[in-house]
Design a protein around this ligand. Sequence first.
Ligand SMILES: *Cc1c(COP(=O)(O)O)cnc(C)c1O
Length: 386
Amino acid sequence: MSASLTALAADKLADLEARNLRRWLKDSPRDGGSVIVRDGRRMISFCCNDYLNLSQDPRVIAAANAATARYGTGSGGSRLITGNYPLLGELEARLAALKGAEDCIVFGSGYLANIGIIPTLVGKQDVILADALIHNCMIAGSRLSGAAYHQFRHNDLQHLETLLQELRETHRHCLILTDGVFSMDGDLAPVPALLALAERHDAWLLTDDAHGIGVVGGGRGSSFAFGDKVEVPLQMGTLSKAVGSYGGYLCADRPVIDLMKTRAWSMVYSTGLPPGVVAASLAALDIIENEPDYCARPLANARLFCDLLGLPAPESPIVPIILGAETRALEASRKLEAEGFLVSAIRPPTVPAGTARLRLTFTACHEEADIRRLAAGVATVLEAAA
Ligand SMILES: *Cc1c(COP(=O)(O)O)cnc(C)c1O
């Protein structure tokens, strides 16, 4: 036992607690649709990323069980050694088709995808231009790459253009990073304009569509949310949200994908996904491709909620209610919990300082009556906080 080690951890935790930034894991078993059980209480969850409830779908569960029975519970190795059973290639072909890309590679998770993709493409002589609100895993991947890193103000094309004019010529390659659907704000990136700007400056656009697949652009993600398909060269995303399973992916031209399969360390040195997980993703994609009306429900539910509260129309199933101080967000979340709604308070460093918020996510299985009761509850909380 090392006393200094334990003391370090205890000191850091005490400091976080004093600033209302300590976080706790809570057992939260799900019970069917949108119901979650916490501390013995059944609540309706408005903070689950399983937008289509596919993790609970009997067809998806049956596919996972069958693949587990056939192939076992684990893949047994890195995909480059022995972990590459046929379902993985099948999933990659299906994702490439859904995204209108030449090829695809599946990683262990969305986080592993971004920390593998970015350093494979850029290094010390290159520059990364990143939206100020991108997800943490793109920041981590950027650090690993060693490339120069500059932020542009959120969705601010003019600021991005200024940075391109200042920085592009003095760097070998330039990678532009954005969420397709912003995970804590729910707004879309201006994908067509970002691509046009990238192409004009010979830069590569990567969109992280973790919250896009299954729920925007007819289920095909943010590249398809603006009419004609936007030819984003690097479409990245996760299988752990609307797809209801686990894993990350990149869709791109074949040479880019082949390079990843050889050089992306988080794929090369990490074990392939379990077969049951991959089979679940395949079964979920069947549903996403064949049931567009069902895929439209999360956004329609978010729209109903925003209408009821007079909020701007949402662009995705994610609706933020920004409250500012951490304590206000925590207090609002506690009050809603007392009324039977689980709505998470999101605090820094997940969001910028001073923008602590309630983050609501709407799913296909929320009932209209529950959304109306939630809206009334949120209105009361906001009045009390005003
Ligand atoms: C959730 C999320 C990820 C991480 O995906 P996992 O598969 O959960 O590791 C990456 N990017 C964004 C924008 C996300 O919201």
